[in-house]
Design a protein around this ligand. Structure first.
Ligand code: HEM
Length: 265
C-alpha cells in the first residue's frame, strides 16, 4: 500500500511509515489528550510526520521529479486537489485499506486452521498453480492475472472469511427522510446502524451460519446471495454509493497472500 500510494519502495522507509501509521491508528482509538506520553499525542505527531513525507513528494513532483511517487504524484499531476486534500486522501486510503485487508488475511488463516479439509483444498489449488508456473530451468515464473482468475476455491475462502469474520461489522447512516420499513417508520434524522454481520450469520439465510464452510458458495442456492456488489444478504464491502472502492484490490491482495502463504508452509 505504501508503495502504491506514496511510491516509496526502500524497505527502511516503508518500515518507518508503517511504524508511524501504526502509532497513528493506535492513538485514534485512545483518550484524546495531547500531552507527551499519551497515545493520542504520539498519534498526532505520527500524522504530522506522515503529512510531512507526503508534502515532500508533492514538492519534489512540482520541481520536476518524475521518478516513483505513486498515487500522490498522479494526484499532483492531475491538479484537481489542494495539497492538504491530497494528504488527507492518502491518509484516508491508508486507514481504510490497511487494517481491513490485513485482518481479513489473519481471519482467513485462523478459520483455515480449524478446517483442515478446506486448508487441503486450498493448498492443492495453489500447488497446481505453482506447478504450472515452473519453467524449463526449474524456476517458478511470476504469478499472472490468469492464475489469479483461476483461483476459484480461493475466492470461496475469501467470501467465507468475509461472511464469518467481516471486518466491517456495521455501518453508520442517517435517514435523510422518513422511511417506512415493514410496520415501522424510521423518522428523518435518525441514526441508523445496518448490522452486516447479523445478516451474514443469520441461520435463515445461511445453513450452519457460524461454521466456516467455503464450499457453501458453490451451492446453487447461494449463488443469488453471492454478488457482494449488490446482494442484500452479503455485503462485506458495504453497498450503494459508498461501496468500498478498494474491494477488488483487497480481494487480489488476500488471494496473493494466501497463494504465497500456503505455498511456503
Ligand atoms: C477486506 C478489506 C476491506 C473491507 C472488508 C472493506 C470494507 C469497507 C466497507 C464496508 C465500506 C463501506 C463503509 C460505509 O458504507 O460506511 C468501505 C468503504 C471504503 N473503503 Fe474499504 N474495505 C476493505 C479494503 C479497502 C481497501 C484496500 C481500500 C483502499 C485501498 C479501501 C478504501 C475504502 C474507502 C476509501 C472507503 C470509503 C468509500 C466512500 O465512503 O465513498 N477499502 N470499505
Amino acid at each position: 500500500m505504501v508503495n502504491q500510494l506514496l511510491g516509496i519502495s526502500s524497505e527502511k522507509e516503508v518500515g518507518e511509515i508503517a511504524q508511524l501509521f501504526s502509532d497513528f491508528v493506535d492513538g485514534c482509538l485512545s483518550v484524546p489528550v495531547s500531552l507527551p506520553g499519551f497515545a493520542y499525542h504520539t498519534a498526532m505527531n505520527a500524522r504530522k510526520n506522515i503529512i510531512g513525507k507526503i508534502n515532500k513528494i508533492i514538492a519534489d513532483t512540482r520541481h520536476g521529479d518524475t521518478s516513483g511517487g505513486g498515487l500522490v504524484r498522479r494526484l499532483v499531476e492531475e491538479g484537481s486537489l489542494q495539497d492538504d486534500a491530497i494528504a488527507d486522501f492518502i491518509i484516508n486510503l491508508l486507514f481504510a485499506g490497511n487494517e481491513t485487508t490485513a485482518k481479513t488475511m489473519l481471519f482467513a488463516i485462523y478459520f483455515l486452521t480449524s478446517s483442515p479439509e478446506a486448508a487441503d483444498q486450498l493448498l492443492e489449488e495453489h500447488r497446481n498453480i505453482r506447478n504450472k508456473r515452473l519453467n524449463s530451468e526449474g524456476e517458478v515464473d511470476m504469478i499472472t492475472w490468469e492464475d489469479y482468475k483461476s483461483m476459484s476455491f480461493t475466492q470461496n475462502v475469501i467470501d467465507e472469511t468475509l461472511r464469518l469474520g467481516g471486518i466491517a461489522i456495521w455501518l453508520m447512516r442517517e435517514a435523510k427522510e422518513d422511511v417506512e420499513y415493514q410496520d415501522y417508520v424510521i423518522p428523518k434524522g435518525s441514526f441508523v446502524v445496518p448490522f452486516l454481520s447479523a445478516v451474514h450469520q443469520d441461520e435463515s439465510f445461511y445453513e450452519e451460519a457460524v461454521i466456516f464452510n467455503p464450499c457453501r458458495w458453490v451451492d446453487p442456492k447461494n449463488q443469488d446471495k453471492r454478488n457482494w456488489r449488490n446482494s442484500p444478504y452479503y455485503s462485506p464491502f458495504g453497498g450503494g454509493a459508498r461501496l468500498c472502492p478498494g474491494a477488488e484490490l483487497a480481494r487480489l491482495q488476500i488471494a496473493l497472500f494466501l497463494h504465497y502463504f500456503v505455498d511456503s508452509s
